[in-house]
Design a binder for this molecule. Structure first.
Ligand SMILES: [Zn+2]
Length: 171
């Protein structure tokens, strides 16, 4: 397993980011994998995502594409929507988003708007990834009116997620 950390969030609010204890990222990613398996069982691309705030899972989602025909059916969108509904807040400052896949442009926009402080993912999304593509919406600090970029942790349980993904292609 290989993990890389790019960029450190320096939010003025000193919220504690999770993942300090060994195995924390892996534990949460396992939950994402369970959600990804649910997506696959329903005929969708196997992507799962959760939102964690102060040590609790406050949002969960699994991919509903292609079955739903809804372009908003990305796991991360659904997990963020769930978190907003459950917390009753449209700001997710201090939260971490976990996903089996690197968030795409659309999901990266949401993550920045919700001010999520940390993004942990397993496998890259070539060409459309918010951190690794030529359009790094997730990490670009030059966009007006957006706060600090989230801390990015990539490669958590990569092999397991890659295996799950290997039979399908997103979008
Ligand atoms: Zn997406």
């Amino acid at each position: 397993m290989r993990s890389t950390v790019r960029g450190i969030s320096t939010s003025g609010r000193s919220m504690k980011t999770i993942g300090d204890e060994p195995g924390t990222h892996e534990r949460y990613m396992q939950r994402c994998i369970e959600l990804a398996r649910t997506a696959l069982q329903r005929g969708n691309v196997p992507v799962g995502s959760i939102v964690v705030l102060e040590g609790s899972i406050v949002g969960e989602g699994f991919e509903t594409l292609p079955a739903s025909n809804d372009i908003l059916g990305h796991a991360e969108v659904i997990a963020c929507g769930d978190a907003v509904a459950r917390t009753g807040s449209k700001s997710l400052v201090g939260a971490s988003l976990y996903s089996t896949a690197e968030p795409c442009f659309m999901c990266s926009y949401l993550i920045r708007e919700y001010e999520i402080g940390q993004v942990v993912y397993a496998i890259d999304s070539p060409g459309i990834g918010g951190a690794t593509s030529n359009h790094p919406i997730l990490t670009d600090v030059s966009i007006a009116n957006w706060g600090p970029a989230p801390n990015i942790v990539a490669g958590i349980l990569r092999e397991e997620c890659q295996l799950l993904r290997s039979s399908t292609t997103r979008q």
